[in-house]
Write a protein that binds this ligand. Structure first.
Ligand SMILES: C[S@@+](CC[C@H](N)C(=O)[O-])C[C@H]1O[C@@H](n2cnc3c(N)ncnc32)[C@H](O)[C@@H]1O
Length: 392
């Protein structure tokens, strides 16, 4: 991104050009050449690099709606900065936790385009952010201003900064390399030893959901957070912000629900009952499947599998529930016959602990009936088992 062009975009001359680019709608992403030509006609005499920055911001705002909702229309992004930014729902939850701790000030050590900064500032916390990348600093600064929020952002290396004056330190290290997403801490920036040093104070560090439990230092809480069923992160809460060992927080249409290792009395393996529960990914990552089982008066289908079963139907934010209708044959030929007999055409296949590729199986079953069905393929008492279920 051309930093001068971005600075111009924020001026009284740039803003109407951005508005005109936004007005081009989907064309900005679908047909950039046509969008460029159209914007040139609307804003004659504006240099091409300025038109380009307006068009790219318009396209990025469209792309940002799933993460930032209505706020996207007022925010600024870089492509990578948007990809790495924490979605508003998750950042808002984090900010609420920090606020509940009564923190007055937070420093964001690698703030990117400001996804977390915006949520922290919105929660009324005094925020400061640093980033190595001048583009992201410019964008994060613009975001705070565009949303009428306070806070300071500057270019700095987080690893050399004295953060002791802030109540809470936050870091969301970049975790990607040119080869894509990596789960090893080797490529974290700021690096893992710096992150580890932060975990010795009141701090929060955002990590990838795949972080091994063994990497979480003693006394640090790991919170897996999902949004509408997708696990987004593992947040490590350190110092006085740690309130348990492991936590799963699920964000959905019904709001937010959270469960911890302290809610986990354990649960037995038991025969399949009338109801089956598929725990949310955050629960599975947090190792809290037995907590969910206990919450529905149930047990596990198999010691090593994340399916819960119970004789009772419960609505729980921590799992998707199914009524078990009947057991069907596990062997493919007999299963095909059973499904055809039931006139099944559209089949959802859920599986855990068995070596089945649902798409391939669905193709081989070649069903053509009018009914819709859901089957669960799993192991029960060591045996491959197929259950016909109905979501509730
Ligand atoms: C994953 S992004 C942060 C995203 C941010 N939480 C958000 O929601 O927008 C990580 C950021 O850390 C920055 N960074 C990496 N190493 C850094 C360092 N040593 N000092 C300051 N910033 C650093 C990167 O430039 C990148 O913008």
């Amino acid at each position: 991104m051309d930093l001068d062009a971005f600075a111009w975009l924020l001026t009284d001359e740039g803003q109407p050009v951005l508005a005109a680019a936004v007005g081009l709608g989907a064309t900005v992403s679908d047909d950039p050449l046509a969008a460029h030509a159209a914007l040139r006609r609307t804003a004659p005499g504006i240099p091409p690099e300025r038109l380009a920055v307006a068009l790219s911001q318009a396209a990025l705002r469209r792309a940002a709606v799933p993460k930032f909702g209505d706020l996207a229309a007022r925010m600024y992004f870089t492509p990578e900065g948007l990809e790495q930014a924490t979605r508003l729902s998750v950042a808002t939850h984090r900010a609420a936790r920090v606020r509940a701790f009564d923190a007055r000030s937070v420093v964001d050590l690698g703030c990117g385009v400001g996804g977390d900064l915006v949520a922290l500032a919105t929660a009324g916390i005094t925020t400061a952010g640093v980033d190595l990348d001048p583009e992201r600093v410019a964008v994060a600064t613009a975001n705070l201003a565009a949303l009428g929020l306070g806070g300071a952002v500057q270019v700095a290396d987080a690893t050399t900064l004295d953060h002791s004056g802030f109540d809470v330190a936050f870091a969301d290290p970049a975790r990607r390399t040119a080869r894509g997403r990596v789960f090893s801490t080797d490529h974290w920036s700021p690096p893992w030893p710096f992150v580890e040093s932060l975990l010795a104070r009141d701090a929060c560090v955002k990590a990838a959901p795949g972080i091994p439990h063994a990497l979480v230092p003693d006394g640090v809480e790991a919170e897996w957070v999902s949004d509408h069923g997708e696990v987004k992160e593992a947040a490590l809460w350190a110092g006085r912000l740690a309130t348990c060992v492991r936590r799963a927080t699920v964000i959905g249409d019904g709001g937010l629900a959270t469960i911890t290792d302290e809610d986990d009395p354990g649960a037995p393996v038991r025969p399949v009952g009338g109801f089956l529960y598929e725990p949310d990914g955050a629960v599975v990552r947090a190792g809290l499947v037995t907590a969910v089982a206990a919450g529905v008066d149930g047990g596990l289908v198999d010691e090593h599998l994340a399916y819960v079963t119970s004789d009772a139907s419960f609505r729980t934010p921590f799992a998707r529930g199914y009524e078990v209708l009947e057991e069907l044959p596990y062997r493919e030929k007999a299963l095909r016959a059973a499904l055809r007999e039931r006139n099944v055409g559209r089949l959802t296949i859920k599986k855990r602990g068995v070596d089945v590729v649902p798409d391939q199986l669905r193709k081989r079953l070649a069903l053509s009936g009018d009914e819709e069905a859901v089957i669960v393929l799993t192991r029960v008492a060591g045996e491959g088992t197929c259950l016909l279920v109905r979501p509730f």
